[in-house]
Design a protein around this ligand. Sequence first.
Ligand SMILES: [Zn+2]
Length: 78
Amino acid sequence: MKFSNDERRAGHQRMAEELAEWGRQWRLEADMIRCPYCHSVQFATQADRAFLHDPGCAASTLGEQYPWRSLAWILRSL
Ligand SMILES: [Zn+2]
């Protein structure tokens, strides 16, 4: 695929915004993603499973619960 510089800049800007949003919901630590609310973790080897929060975690109802897939999607243009 060929992109103009303007398209690439716009794509990277969108990627940066999505990454900032992702970072409000998740913490990447080595090969784990952590929920900053309940501190549960998911390893990269479990990326195809939904994230398991502690019971009652406020973040468990915040949309997307496949954080590895979300991260891969956000970085797709690289
Ligand atoms: Zn949680």
